[in-house]
Design a binder for this molecule. Sequence first.
Ligand SMILES: [Zn+2]
Ligand SMILES: [Zn+2]
Ligand SMILES: [Zn+2]
Length: 263
Amino acid sequence: MKITFLGTGTSHGVPSIDCMINDFRSCPQGVCKLSETDPGHNRTRSSILVEWDGFSLLIDVSADFRQQVLRESVKKIDSVLITHGHADHVTGIPDIRSYTREKPVPLYGSEESVDMIRKSYSYVFEYPPCTGGGIPQLITNKVDSPFYLSDQKVIPVLVGHGDLKGCFGYRIGPLAYIPDMRTIDDENLKKLEGTEILVLNCLRREKEHPTHLILPQSVEFARRISPRRCYFIHMCHDIHYELDSRNIDPFMEFSRDGLKVEI
Ligand SMILES: [Zn+2]
Ligand SMILES: [Zn+2]
Ligand SMILES: [Zn+2]
């Protein structure tokens, strides 16, 4: 199994528009300015591509999807998983059309996520189709329990993320992917047992957030799961991957756009 980190940033992306507007004066560790010269600090919105046995699975269709697939030369997408319906995770959906020309692509998510997507992009899903075409051919599937994609079991992991009722992480064999999370119950925590590669929400260094884990909480959670390797994602401009790496365990690292991992 191969993972490609298409994006590792929080909803604002890094550099953030806010920091640019005030000439980077309020950027806590200078990361937004640094991102101009250091690509490791340039974070597009979070998404990964998971490939095995010639099967290509996209998790989330980020607001930077077009830029990400061009950068990584992604030639095909066989299936799409959606973690939740927030804009940073679904805004690339119209651009999926290029991958659905030969056959429709199935998209999986919670009932809430699928409903949010169908509402946001009603012109894609309503009948009759909009005049002029140019829309992605997607088959939406509402899921709440394990299912199989190309002989690989996919387990939705329900997590607490603000007011959402259907925000998922996903467990796929050795991999667990959780981009947005604040809480998790015991039943869902159990689904993460035996995870080898944990990809986990780590919003910022300090100051608790109502809907996301921040660094000390992400570290504690990763220790609890105890995977072989943990990659932090969904990071804002607070995280300087060199300076902050001093304060995490050796099995953890701050991911970066374009990083590839073989499992
Ligand atoms: Zn997000
Ligand atoms: Zn900044
Ligand atoms: Zn979110």
